[in-house]
Design a protein around this ligand. Structure first.
Ligand SMILES: *[C@@H]1O[C@H](CO)[C@@H](O)[C@H](O)[C@H]1NC(C)=O
Ligand SMILES: *[C@@H]1O[C@H](CO)[C@@H](O)[C@H](O)[C@H]1NC(C)=O
Ligand SMILES: *[C@@H]1O[C@H](CO)[C@@H](O)[C@H](O)[C@H]1NC(C)=O
Length: 336
């Protein structure tokens, strides 16, 4: 039961400075009832498959008193065919008597936008858009809202995001690659969860925003690009953030193009002060280590590679990686 098809909704059109028409689509929760604390709800829109749309801006329409965070997923197939479902990252095993339970996407999952408390609108750089619909693996958008507290009976919510989009051709397509790890963190240990991937596609990507994500044990997440010079590796910081701060997209420290044979790398510094082992996993007893990099490509399609994951500790560290890295910024990568 899909509510809407993108193309039939042309709301007030405006022309921006680049003189192409920009429409706004109000992508909102359909008056849902957050019936329990810490609830994650998802709602989809199907993109008309015969049209190419470029999303060029995201304007949050939510109150921080209600929504703890919102994520917008691009999917090839949505997690459910319902108009609303329970899609908690940490709540896969709960029985929800009101909504069905499924992940945000059934296939082709990628994050295109994230909002957390107080975050302002995100405008993509000039001439940059997320292509959805025809010619893109993104056939559906799924809005996920994390509600902190249950609502009284009879009170509903329609938090969401206004999507600014255009049918005009954008010379620069946006994409997101997610760096992360699996692994375990031993009791009473500060652990480094690390990942690195060599870029194998013959594309040039231009990084412009990053987002970090852990659960409660993360103290810092940092991301780098490694240029492999003959006289040694050059580690350039893309961004680092305390993941206990609002987990939204922030501008990268560096916007230099990243090319084939460069390496993307990320580290999560985790402090496990518990007396037990904590593993990477989906429940709130578990941890996560994620660094999202948002980039654009010019007259090209985004990377086919959407993920860069390693086994994490105790089986993977930068210092033991097959790339034989040198000049690893060991101190800097864990220092705010
Ligand atoms: C979202 O936008 C609608 C108008 O489209 C407005 O009525 C509603 O109050 C907004 N909600 C929040 C939480 O800002
Ligand atoms: C949604 O419906 C389609 C068509 O009936 C079906 O192929 C698909 O498996 C369904 N998806 C889910 C997640 O149930
Ligand atoms: C780890 O967490 C514990 C408990 O919160 C704290 O006392 C300790 O200083 C932290 N260690 C580091 C290295 O951050």
């Amino acid at each position: 039961m899909f509510r809407l098809i993108f193309c039939v909704f042309a709301t007030a059109a405006v022309y921006n400075v680049n003189a192409y028409e920009v429409d706004m689509y109000e992508f909102l929760m359909p008056n849902v009832w957050p019936h329990s604390d810490e609830l994650y709800l998802c709602t989809p829109i199907r993109i008309s498959p015969r049209n190419r749309f470029n999303i060029v801006g995201f304007q949050p329409n939510a109150s921080m008193h209600t929504a703890h965070h919102m994520l917008l997923y691009g999917c090839s197939e949505p997690g459910s065919n319902d108009s609303v479902w329970n899609c908690g990252e940490m709540q896969r095993n709960v029985i929800d008597e009101i909504y069905s339970t499924a992940s945000p996407c059934r296939s082709g999952s990628q994050i295109v936008y994230a909002w957390a408390r107080d975050a302002p609108s995100l405008h993509l750089p000039k001439d940059v858009g997320f292509l959805v619909g025809q010619g893109s693996p993104i056939k559906y958008l799924v809005l996920q809202v994390h509600y902190m507290h249950r609502f009284p009976k009879g009170h509903t919510d329609n938090s969401g995001v206004f999507l600014k989009y255009t049918k005009a051709h954008m010379p620069r397509q946006a994409g997101v690659i997610l760096l992360g790890t699996s692994g375990i963190i031993m009791p009473n240990m500060v652990e480094h969860m690390e990942t690195a991937c060599t870029m194998t596609e013959d594309k040039t990507i231009h990084p412009f925003a990053f987002r970090t994500h852990t659960h409660s044990l993360g103290t810092l997440v940092s991301g780098y690009v490694v240029h492999r010079n003959k006289d040694g590796d050059e580690w350039t910081l893309l961004g680092k953030k305390n993941p206990q701060l609002p987990q939204m997209f922030y501008p990268t420290e560096n916007r230099d193009p990243i090319k084939k044979n460069d390496v993307l790398a990320a580290r999560c510094t985790m402090n496990n002060s518990h007396e037990y082992v904590v593993k990477i996993g989906a429940t709130n007893q578990d941890e996560m280590c994620n660094f999202y990099l948002m980039y654009w490509v010019e007259n090209d399609t985004p990377l086919k590679q959407k993920y860069c994951f390693t086994a994490g500790p105790p089986n993977y560290y930068w210092s033991e990686a097959h790339e034989n890295f040198n000049w690893i910024p060991d101190l800097e990568a864990s220092t705010p």
